[in-house]
Design a binder for this molecule. Structure first.
Ligand code: MG
Length: 382
């Protein structure tokens, strides 16, 4: 067997290997050792303009601040990004400040991913989307060095990817109808509730489509009785599950709803990092993993493993973000129950190619790493 075939077949084994190996993502293996190379991080702020104003129970906005990231090693570039919706408490200033503190040039072997990511996580607490941007870029880089996409490295099949929902924000009936038309590729509609006109919103959706819906209350329901009444109402409207019915601190109320609700109750705003699963397993049926909360793909993978051990349901969501972070999440999606990976469609201009919606499933490309290609003329120069 030649060396490249062995490397491709070995997959994860290569990551575990300590021998210094380097191969070009686009060419034949080279005899360079990792000692000659160092990781180089670069980044630039990048505001994501939204296609429509995004109206939630507690806020509205027309753009999302973001940061684009590149991680380079011996001429191979991994791409990552941070997206910072305001509720997460990060900003362009905080992300660029955090990334400026990192010294990744101390690492000369990108395959030591656990070590590199533990360093990044330990530089400062919080900063989850900033950490995710490095994690995604590192996965992209290492996948390119191996020559395989991550779903293959993890041994997953694309035919296990669940259908993704498309989010329709709260809006006037005319705009909602227009948005449903734009969501034609998707077989599941996600709606954001938690205001006074929730049933009216569901009626508008049901006038436009009979596709299944999932509901995100975004902490908007005030009492457990109101939340349960909505869950019962929604169960008759072909709804699959309800996300974050009440505020984060209403754990006992949420457990009360969960006990009685005909629909699964999923944790989102209350859920961020791996240890949260242990706390939330007695209050929620499942978790919504988002790379910008989980600090990236590495911890998201661990979350899936742990949540499954507790018998929990798993959805994978996103922020408004480019196809870069969406493609990264799509690598994991054969492992989950529900996908909500429409963030790249909600922005006005994507700067990456790399995911396709096939039969309602957000499917990564078969290119190595996270499988994305920056679009010339749109991807920022830095
Ligand atoms: Mg949510």
């Amino acid at each position: 067997m030649d060396r490249r075939k062995f490397l491709v077949g070995a997959g994860l084994g290569i990551i575990a290997a300590s021998a210094p190996i380097s191969i070009s993502a686009f060419g034949a293996p080279t005899k360079k050792t990792t000692k000659s190379g160092r990781l180089k991080l670069s980044f630039t702020p990048f505001e994501l303009k939204l296609r429509h104003a995004f109206n939630l129970a507690k806020s509205s906005r027309t753009s999302t601040p973001g940061v684009q990231v590149k991680l380079e090693y011996e001429g191979v570039v991994g791409y990552g990004e941070a997206s910072m919706p305001p509720y997460l408490g990060e900003s362009i200033a905080s992300v660029t400040k955090f990334l400026s503190k990192l010294d990744l040039s101390q690492f000369n072997d990108p395959f030591k991913m656990e070590e590199i990511l533990a360093y990044v996580d330990g530089v400062e607490a919080e900063n989850r989307s900033a950490k995710a941007s490095v994690d995604i870029a590192l996965h992209d880089l290492v996948g390119k060095l191996i020559g395989q996409p991550w779903y293959k490295i993890w041994g997953l099949s694309l035919d296990k990817i669940p259908q993704s929902s498309f989010t329709i924000g709260i809006d006037t009936p005319e705009v909602v109808k227009q948005k449903i038309k734009e969501a034609d590729d998707y077989k599941v509609i996600k709606i954001k509730l938690g205001l006074d006109n929730d049933k009216e919103m569901v009626d508008i959706i049901r006038q436009c489509t009979d596709r299944p819906i999932c509901v995100d209350a975004n902490r908007g329901w005030k009492t457990k009785e109101q939340a349960l009444e909505m869950c019962e109402y929604l169960a008759d409207k072909n709804c699959l599950f309800v996300e974050q019915p009440m505020m984060e601190d209403k754990l006992d109320d949420t457990a009360w709803i969960r006990e009685r609700s005909p629909l699964p109750i999923i944790a989102d705003e209350v859920f961020h990092r791996l240890p949260d699963i242990v706390k939330l397993k007695d209050y929620y049926d499942g978790i919504n993993i988002k790379l910008m909360k989980s600090t990236g793909m590495s911890e998201a993978y661990k979350m899936i493993t742990l949540a499954r051990a507790f018998g929990m349901k798993i959805m994978c969501g996103c922020m408004t973000e480019t196809s870069c972070a969406i493609a990264a999440a799509a690598q994991l999606s054969p492992l989950i129950d529900w996908a909500d990976l429409d963030g790249n469609v909600l922005i006005a201009q994507d700067v990456f190619d790399g995911v396709k919606v096939i039969d309602g499933r957000v499917t990564p490309s078969d290119k190595p790493g996270i499988g994305v290609t920056p679009i010339k003329g749109l991807y920022p120069e830095f």
